[in-house]
Design a protein around this ligand. Sequence first.
Ligand code: BGC
Length: 765
Amino acid sequence: MDANDAFQIHLQKLPPQDEKTFETIYTLGNGHFGIRASNPLQGNNSHFNGQPGMFVNGFYDLTELSYGENYSGYAQNSQTICQLPDPRFIIFEVDGIRSDETPYNVKMVDKNLDMRTGVLMEIFDIESPTNKQFRLTLQSFASHDNSHLFVINYSVSALNFNGALTIIKQHPYINQQIQTHSEDMRAAQRQTVLDRTYLKSKLPIMMISTRKSQLALIIAQQALNDNPMQVSILDDLPSYSKTFDLTQGMAQSFSFAYAISSPHPLLKTTLSQSAFAASVQKRLADKSFKQLLDESAAKIDQFWANSDVELEGDDTMAKGIRFNLFHLYQAAGRNGLTSIPAKGLTGPGYEGHYFWDAEMFMLPFFTYTEPAIARQLLLYRYHTLPQAQHRAREMGVNSGVMFPWRTINGEESSSYYPAGTAQVHINADIAYAVDTYLRVTDDDDFLFNYGYEIIVKTARFWLAYGHWATDKAHKGKFVIDDVTGPDEYTAMVSNNYFTNRMAQNNLHIAVKYSKRLKHNHADKLAELDVTDKEIDEFKLADEGMYLPYDDDLKIKKQDDVSTTKPVWPIKETPRNQFPLLLHFHPMTIYHYQVNKQADTVMTDILFPKNQDLDQLKRDFDYYEAITVHDSSLSRSIFGILAHRLHNADEAYRYFRQTVMMDLTNSQGNTADGVHAANMGSTWLGLIYGFAGLGMENRSFNLSPELPEAWSRLRFRIWFHGRQIEMTITQTEIMVKLLSGDSLQFYLKHKPFTLTKNHLVKEFIK
Ligand code: BGC
């Protein structure tokens, strides 16, 4: 495959899918917004059946949750990401007929995403009701240089006529209410109520505000100098419009920038609309599509220089991996006030909520390759500590914080607490991600100003929520009752293995960092009221944590009673009854041993040190047999473990499924948005799995083993401020220091010193 092709996602090479799935696959984004690649003529026209829209990270409306029985402490509001009007929208007028009033025929001919530049190229063949046919070629990109900008070029050529065609570029009218309802609880469920104000200004500019959350965005359009256009007032709105005389074979082309402000509280929209318009006009009017593209593409180059994974010997996987990494980059919030929704910014699924997905599945990729982005993602959690503290008190927990299971603004948004709020492991997951970030980056400033506070306050939660057992079975141990682990097919249990193990780590790192800071920064401990007594309590609970084990089966037990339940007859259940959650009452499912996703075994990846392979094999075999992978967060974990168990075929099979999940729509719901956690776990599978990257002492270790078909794997990481490149073949491994001072590291647990200009080379077979 030529080098350039390896970065192209060409429609003709993908398996056929419905229109909405392709809209998701080709979504463009930059962490601030995501725009689905929909039919640009659709707008509000119900004649078409796509799902166009733009999602702005952190822009949501509150939607009231209604319960038949509304118990105390239930989340009262959900937050729902707003599906905003499509900036790609354009109106054509031929023979006096406007395409927004009378539907034109639109046929999608081609799409190609160039992941090197971030440009999406699309071709649509369009026919007016008077049978005039023309071809529309779109080129667009979300700027990675200025995250407020979406830039689009429309090029029109006549196919069967010579004559006049008018284009009108104005903001689409928006439905005040985007009504959504689905039988599938994973899809968007609620409606957001939007108001829009079109503003009298020199540009088409509007403000969109939400009714209940009272947030506002300002959106302006500016024609670029490729084919300058004047604004005129059409339908009382400032609009760009122009009539062209089309001659067959001659294309007419025009470009626009679309500027999308950050969300502001409505009352504090200090940035007046006309000031925003003026600044957009000043900064953009003289620019061309190409200039803006070059600025953005330079940033994408930098991203690939840090984050690319070069894989030789398996072109399909190589491209699939890049696709997943590119989507992660497109989705990650960069302003410290936003994170990564479960569906990225590609669709309305899961209401646009952030879950543990971000910290446990996506953050490692950023921590190792784009640490500045990882820092911003963790800062988002730091900024929501006040809401998490409030939630803990509301839940009767008198110390520490309780992060929400699903949220946008930091408040709990889960209406089904057994598979929501009860997943208190999220506290420890966030602390784990902070610790990983600190170990990989050595960012003391982050530790001192933000990270330590997160770790201490989450650790305090465990002391308050758990307790020292007095009953016979658990006597003298620290236990945690009434929680739900990652496996959502088992709920409200005592001593979920994953939760207890993660809580133990949370307590452990609270002690570690308290001791470290005590030497030089005792003031920090005083500021957070951390006393020696409390550090001792953390330590005791860490050492006394109860971890359930089944002595007969000799496996780690998922919870106190998990192995006593009957096993769900997985093989006898017809295929069309999966995912089980759409076909059975939760209690029916809870009654059995059946796992939606990896739970207990995930701890083997998170704490790889001193693993006994026989134990791992027993755990793996047991849990694999009862796991149905109804969650997309499951297969990657089993794949990494299969690799550790030297089961190469199985490891590769799982890995393949995770890499291709959205490109092949294998979960069947890519239309609602990509599976961002699974995309993150593609990187985990490669780097934690096949490359065998892990932490060792104060450094890292590599124990690689590539699938047979792969001839070479190359990637880079940042570690303690140094950039390091690893190249792995079937027989050897080469490690090179690209920047920074020398450091010690490990290959198959053997120490090596890495210095500038000196390649460390070692045979692995
Ligand atoms: C999974 C959760 C996950 C959520 C969002 C659910 O189906 O069970 O673990 O956080 O999806 O991706």
